[in-house]
Design a protein around this ligand. Structure first.
Ligand SMILES: CC(C)(COP(=O)(O)OP(=O)(O)OC[C@H]1O[C@@H](n2cnc3c(N)ncnc32)[C@H](O)[C@@H]1OP(=O)(O)O)[C@@H](O)C(=O)NCCC(=O)NCCS
Length: 169
């Protein structure tokens, strides 16, 4: 049995461990000066939640196996911190979480990730997102994200290609 549900404060430790377990694939791939272990500290995770990131979880039996955050910023919606436990990757969990979240909003949906995380870019492209141009990426990252300049240089932004469907539906 599985279900997708919003996370609450009782899930904090599970979210923390899923993110840090899944983020280990970044090691040696993303710029070395951006990598640390744990990848996201408890304080950083709490800060993200305080800033309005709402995590949704994919629960299998009694356990959360994946999380994905949604954050409404000004006139857009960001998908933040998508992490599936390594043992549960490539089984459709990420795809299901992503469709749940994109159904929650009619706004333009943006996703930022590491330029070097080619598997993640492929995952989003398969799900109907496309990379925006480098100039547009810089503009969007500065407008909607609070990340250091160095991270802007080494990130990409994808947008929902199906964003126009809402005007015809
Ligand atoms: C990226 C991620 C969220 C995708 O979730 P998922 O549940 O594994 O993905 P799904 O099963 O729904 O989709 C499968 C597709 O994702 C990609 N993918 C998922 N896991 C992969 C892996 N271990 N290696 C390579 N590609 C992978 C592939 O494109 C795959 O499609 P394919 O099998 O046809 O090639 C998940 O793999 C993950 O947590 N990765 C590590 C952390 C990360 O990169 N997060 C993204 C932060 S923005």
């Amino acid at each position: 049995m599985h279900m997708i549900r919003p996370c609450d404060s009782k899930d904090f430790d599970s979210i923390y461990s899923i993110i840090n377990e899944a983020a280990r694939v970044y090691r040696g791939v993303i710029p070395e000066d951006r990598w640390k272990e744990p990848y996201m500290s408890r304080d950083e995770l709490q800060h993200e939640i305080d800033e309005g990131v709402v995590f949704w979880g994919y629960q299998q039996g009694a356990e959360l196996v994946g999380v994905m955050g949604i954050q409404h910023v000004r006139d857009v919606t960001l998908i933040r911190h998508a992490y599936i436990r390594p043992a549960n990757q490539n089984q459709g969990v990420g795809g299901k979480l992503l469709s749940e979240l994109r159904n929650q909003t009619n706004r333009r949906i943006l996703i930022g990730t590491w330029a070097a995380a080619v598997w993640a870019i492929r995952f989003y492209e398969k799900n109907g997102f496309r990379l925006v141009s480098p100039q547009e990426k810089d503009r969007l990252l500065k407008k909607y994200w609070s990340i250091p300049e160095r991270q802007v240089e080494t990130s990409v932004v994808l947008e929902d290609q199906m964003k126009d469907k809402r005007f015809t539906a």
